[in-house]
Design a protein around this ligand. Structure first.
Ligand code: SF4
Ligand code: SF4
Length: 267
């Protein structure tokens, strides 16, 4: 271990860059194996929900109903967390003695451990990534000899695609227009929940409501979102940017606009 390697536990908060190294490993042979999958609060991102419901082969409505709690955040917008079991350990519904039952599609926060992104207005402006190391007392992974750079660990755990997808979501949640607002309108809250988390219902909204008659859309994109969840997720985020923040991702069809103006007596 060189002087730039952080052992993690007991070292206090030290901010790591992508090139910094830390000492940690996690595997089935450790006595703490799967302990971290119990009695824990796991917030789910929209992309987490997409991956998990597809891993289970169930529609988003059912996934949300069976496996999540919904709560309203400080900004008034709904968010979801993983529903732990009602056994005495509050076990994750996907954990077994052999590990995570949805390992390839486990949520972002399960993947990234023991790293934790550190972000401030300054770091965001710099465009660089910084991380600290979480300190869970029972975790024996810090006693293992494996040394990785932050970048290597993130790549091994399949984090980059989650970060890429999170950028679409952050365009909404981190938008200065919404940052200091509290959304209280129930219809907006419901639309946000559907577009973020309930993608299968959002797909029905696009194809079964008057949506496609109202807005100008790209036929290729519309064809794609019929069965591509990632494309649908990006479309949903664009829709929220338009509806919540007033970005120009969508345009009302001229004939619809003309009819609306006529109905309102506007020339
Ligand atoms: S090493 Fe840490 S992350 Fe891995 S199973 Fe043990 S407690 Fe969980
Ligand atoms: S989703 Fe998998 S890794 Fe995450 S807490 Fe549950 S069992 Fe553990």
């Amino acid at each position: 271990m060189d002087n730039n390697t952080i052992k993690g536990q007991g070292k206090g908060l030290k901010v790591l860059t992508l090139d910094d190294k830390f000492q940690f490993d996690c595997h089935e042979g450790l006595n703490c194996f799967t302990q971290c999958c119990r009695n824990v609060n796991i917030f789910l991102t929209p992309y987490d929900v997409l991956r998990m419901k597809n891993a289970l082969g169930i529609p988003s409505e059912l996934f949300l109903q069976e496996y999540t709690h919904t709560f309203i955040g400080k900004n008034g917008l709904p968010a979801v967390s993983l529903k732990m079991g009602d056994d005495k350990d509050r076990s994750c519904p996907f954990v077994s003695s052999s590990g995570c039952g949805i390992y390839q599609d486990r949520p972002w926060s399960c993947r990234i451990y023991p790293l934790q992104p550190e972000s401030t207005k300054l770091t965001e402006k710099s465009g660089k990534q910084y991380y600290s190391i979480m300190n869970i007392p029972f975790c024996l992974g810090f006693q293992e000899s494996k040394i990785s750079s932050v970048q290597q660990w993130l790549a091994e755990q399949g984090v980059p695609v989650y970060m890429e997808m999170e950028q679409y979501f952050k365009k909404i949640t981190m938008n200065p227009f919404l940052r200091d607002k509290v959304i209280e309108n129930k219809k907006i809250q419901q639309m946000y929940y559907m577009a973020c988390y309930d993608l299968d219902r959002f797909r029905r909204f696009v194809f079964e409501s008057s949506f496609l008659n109202q807005f100008e859309t790209d036929p290729e994109e519309i064809e794609k979102i019929k069965d591509d969840d990632v494309a649908l997720y990006k479309f949903a985020m664009k829709w929220l940017e338009y509806g919540l923040i007033g970005q120009k991702g969508f345009k009302v069809k001229p004939e619809v606009m003309a009819a609306k103006k006529q109905a309102l007596g506007i020339k």
